[in-house]
Design a protein around this ligand. Sequence first.
Ligand code: GLA
Ligand code: ZN
Length: 683
Amino acid sequence: MTEHEPGNDGRLPCTAKVPYGGDYNPEQWPRDVQDDDHRLFTQAGVDTLTVGVFSWSVMQPAEDVYDFTVLDGILDRAAAEGRQVCLATATAAVPPWLAKKYPEVNRTDFEGRRHRYGQRHNFCPSSHAYRRLSTALAARLAERYAHHPALLAWHINNEYGGSCYCNVCTQAFRGWLRERHGTLDALNDAWCTTFWSHRFTDWDEVEPPSVLTEHWRGPDHTAFQGITLDYQRFMTDALLGCFTAEKDAIRLYDPDTPVTTNLMGAYRPIDYHRWAPHLDFASWDNYPPLDAPPTRPALAHDLMRGLKDGAPFWLMEQTPSTTACRDVNPLRRPGELRLATWQAIAHGADAVLYFQMRASRGACEKYHGAVIGHAGRDDTRVFTEVAHLGAELGRLGAITLGARTPARTALLFDWESWWALEISDGPSRLIRYPDVVHAYYRAAREAGADVDVVPVTADLTSYDVVLAPVLHLVKGDLATRLEAVARRGGTVLATFLTARCDQHDRAFLADVPGPLAPLMGIRVDEWDARPKDVVQPVRLGELTAQAGLLFEIVRLRGAEAVAVYGADFYAGTPAVTRNRFGPDGGEGWYVATALDRPGVDHVVRRVLARHALVGPYADHRAVETATRVAPDGACLFFLLNHGSTSTDVAVHAAARDLLTGKRLDQGDVLTLDPLGVAVLVLQ
Ligand code: GLA
Ligand code: ZN
């Protein structure tokens, strides 16, 4: 990885309103189509275009030939029409000549097969030829367009992802390990290599963990979790190295324009927390499966907002109507696009962009939803909805820009715990990290709490409640910082399989939950994993919840039982515990089993209630709320009705509805239409 000065936190492009538009690839169509496009953009309130994402082969048809004629035309046209451009460096899909001339650029997959030219996102991140040619292109683009009046932001590459297992990566991995571990003794110690006679005596003996080496069945089945974890970290850094190299190239010519790359939310292969310091601002592509509850995209928004310490992010892509890559690609129903867009803004999006502005004519995305379809019409349902939203965002102006979420609840999200949990042999392959995290996030959000989804290194001093679901690895001084939350009266909630291992996935040589045992006031000696259909009752006050998947057997060491198991040989032993900690009434809560949704809701609401964090609309199940505080102090309160019927709510404070202009007194009834939205400025 190259040395790189991290960007300033949350340095966003400066705009007068929420940038609105999306991916635009006019190089794929005849020239005269651009006239229609721009007329339609104006009609739809589109002011921002992401251009050049996949145009490497157009801009550089041969190694020594650059041709920017087409891109010049696109940027000049955008500027002439008063639009701004998010300019991509075009390095996510290499041109055929490059792969032919430098075959090392093609990736080697997990099965050890060297790929040939095809598709996109297809470059080996360690390839010297790729690094040289991608940075050369980025530099040329920066040299040419740094001072272009249309330039608003840089968009490096596109959706970095995947991994490579080639010989160049193997060498680079060995170098990365030397830097991380220093000596072979340290490496052997970290990876527990005495197990199965793996003690390494030379760095060159180390192989990337693939199906040819440590793995069987696939990427989740490894003989050595420590090796696989390090490869994930290495790949994260290798891809990040591609990003920072391009950013450095841009900075040679353009010291100021903010730089980003479009991330993918809760995307397992890349630890975005390692990337965050290098982005000037975060941006991401939101394509939730249509059957996902609204808290799934909400969690991803909050995770992305957490990358830059709570600064707003850009919604870089969403489809206006349908995706194309799934087996079945349903339409967004009337009103769903608007609701999803306001949800993004409610969670911190300061830009709203689509993939794509016009449908491509051929290849695998020709049926992907677009603002403008193949016929170029302005009277389709989708175009009409997009245009209405454009007008609405135009009226909104600048008020949401730079606004922050004043959350007092934090949820710790840790990619390394995700990896460690899901590559673990035992206790259960049925426990999936995002599902458990989502269960606790959803309970807090549906209770009306704003939640910051933060890395384990985040400053926790401003939170009353910290949720740590399935936080398998506890690293550094985290246990001390969690204790500090409870010492000043806060509540920390942890679940089963939290605090089991250190950063190398080595079990703590102590009672479970390792360094969190004092805060939780418990000890766990045994755990019973069961198939999905084995559930048992857990009584929580008036409620009988169901528990499943894993039953940790808890002994109280200072904590009290909040709920006990109802069946099996551990019937009557604690399933949920609470431990008073510190002089100011702080508490450590431990949930030793996978409770069903009512069970998680009950526990999380009790924790939130201790700190008066259950929101005023918590009983309106379909209504999501979120708060943002604008730089001028204005408090924006979003109400989003995810239900298909209208809902009346009595407003909790005097406010003005930004979208209708109506004034409301405390207690006035506000009717939210099906899929309706209100943005209140609290008075
Ligand atoms: C991703 C990519 C786009 C496009 C869309 C389709 O987000 O970045 O280029 O392929 O998916 O949904
Ligand atoms: Zn490689």
